[in-house]
Design a protein around this ligand. Structure first.
Ligand code: ADP
Length: 489
């Protein structure tokens, strides 16, 4: 008998042997050009930048920095392909190309998973089981729609928009590329895509897949670079549609740049989702959902459940179980199949997260971190929770984009709902309860694009995704995602 008979002994002798995924089954080039008009070309700027493995700080490759002239070339190639080939092709033929991309992605899934983890820091378990299969699923899904657009929008005349300029973030690099490219192509548009500067490699590998699939030159163009390159895509006169996923701050700039133009746009921006646990929930499942909500992908998730609202009567129990569970999370080598939490994507992002840890403490909240050790080299943040926070605290109101959870309590359903909605964002939410009636009440009351019940962070190509308020404009995924790439007279 111990003095604490109910305390589970985690980490008491169970050690996982290292299980690293191999890196000898593919190669990464030393230097990548821009993918314009079906081939890799040198940038007119003559400049290249490093892309770094955030788990080791080693340079993986040098990547071309696209300037205005390069973006111009890419847009011209996309326009030519649009006019000459892609918009004229029979829709069923277009669909076949997109199916081909999906199938090649599946064939090369292992390679893509490892590169995604190397370049972005996410655990291989997630890139292998979530990012890459979902990316392929998006291509499959939209391939199927290519020749059925009239059925998607009965009585309307769906027509492509032209050239789509697409800017994506670093948290789900290949998946975001798929979210953008697949519906655009299915609807008959051509594309200029700008990947994020810290994670360009899988988009450049996707360029190889696109060549292998035999897409006509210029249908997909990929220009690498940072914010300035993105701005050049947004500002280009010959772009008909802008699709952006990233921070609310950059989203604001883009919206200002687009104001008064004829360009159609979708913006998928930040979030600060409430994950709401009622006393009648299956508590152990809810704890898994909390962990998945905030620690999945190091918390680099716009729809992360970064605020936990837990009903007061079970708060102590939930927090105690959560702390126990956090102790079991393995933080470390992204390529190890046992790893739960990988590296923070970049040095600036780690700096930002650490500044919020200081802000939270200065605001009077109590910080708890799991006791795991983290590697010496690379960018790491241990899973973190804050208790004793209040609604006005910055760690409750602002998006941190890291493995940091702010925990609040509530007594009544109305209080929970009011707190959940007291945020400038509205991307997602979660509800944990045994009662269907509460699920309906909460899902109707939460002002967010996606609300999960008794689960969290589930994605499907057929399901629309997008935000209210400062979380963005428009929807991606499903039928809604088609509408964003069409004119519907
Ligand atoms: P995060 O804060 O998550 O890094 P950002 O919004 O800064 O996200 O970046 C998302 C994407 O937007 C990246 O590809 C980035 O290069 C691009 N970007 C940054 N600034 C601009 C801008 N002013 N115009 C267009 N794209 C931009």
């Amino acid at each position: 008998m111990t003095s604490q008979p109910n305390k589970l002994a985690f980490n008491s002798g169970w050690q996982y042997a290292a299980a690293p995924e191999g890196t000898d089954h593919f190669s990464i080039g030393k230097r990548y050009g821009l993918f314009i008009n079906g081939e890799f070309v040198k940038p007119a700027t003559g400049k290249y930048f490093n892309t770094v493995n955030p788990a080791t700080e080693e340079v993986l490759a040098r990547v071309a920095l696209a300037g205005d002239e390069d973006v111009d070339r890419a847009v011209a190639a996309a326009r030519k392909a649009y006019k000459g080939v892609w918009s004229k092709m029979k829709a069923a033929e277009r669909g076949k190309y997109i199916y081909r991309i999906a199938r090649i992605l599946q064939e090369r899934a292992r390679e893509f998973s490892v590169i995604e983890s190397l370049d972005g820091g996410k655990p291989i378990r997630e890139s292998r089981d979530i990012d890459i299969p979902l990316a392929a699923a998006h291509f499959f899904y939209y391939a199927g729609w290519a020749d059925k657009l009239e059925y998607a929008f009965p009585g309307r005349k769906p027509a492509p928009l032209g050239v789509a300029g697409q800017i994506i973030p670093w948290n789900f690099p290949l998946l975001m590329a798929a979210w953008k490219i697949a519906p655009a192509l299915a609807c008959g548009n051509t594309v200029v895509l700008k990947p994020a500067e810290t994670t360009p490699l899988t988009a450049l590998k996707l360029a190889e897949v696109i060549s292998e699939a035999g897409l006509p030159p210029g249908v997909v163009n990929i220009v690498t670079g940072a914010g300035k390159t993105g701005a050049a895509v947004v500002d280009h006169n010959d772009v008909d549609k802008v699709a952006f996923t990233g921070s609310t701050n950059v989203g604001r700039h883009i919206m200002m740049a687009l104001a008064g133009t004829n360009k159609k746009y979708t913006l998928e921006l930040g979030g600060k989702a409430a994950n709401i646990v009622f006393a009648d929930a299956a508590i152990d499942q809810a704890v898994e959902g909390i962990v998945n909500g905030i620690f999945f992908n190091q918390g680099h998730v716009c729809c992360a459940g970064s605020r936990l609202l837990v009903q007061e009567s079970v708060a102590d129990q939930v927090i105690a179980k959560l702390k126990d569970r956090m102790e079991t999370l393995i933080v470390g080598d992204p390529l190890d199949k046992n790893t739960d939490i990988g590296a923070i994507n970049s040095a600036p992002q780690l700096e930002k997260i650490e500044s919020y840890l200081k802000i939270g403490q200065a605001e009077g909240a109590e910080m708890y971190q799991s006791s795991c050790s983290v590697p010496k080299k690379g960018y790491w943040c241990r899973p973190t929770i804050f208790t004793g926070v209040s609604q006005s605290n910055r760690i409750v109101q602002e998006e941190i984009f890291g493995p940091v959870l702010a925990i609040q309590t509530f007594r009544t359903l109305e209080e929970g709902l009011t707190k959940a909605n007291n945020t400038p964002f509205g991307l997602s939410g979660g509800v944990w309860t045994d009662k269907g009636s509460k699920v309906f009440k909460m899902t109707q009351g939460i002002r967010a694009g996606v609300v999960w019940a008794n689960t969290f962070n589930k994605f499907d190509p057929a399901s629309p995704f997008g935000g209210y308020k400062e979380s963005g404009v428009g929807r991606e995924g499903g039928l809604h995602g088609l509408g964003a790439y069409l004119s519907l007279d």
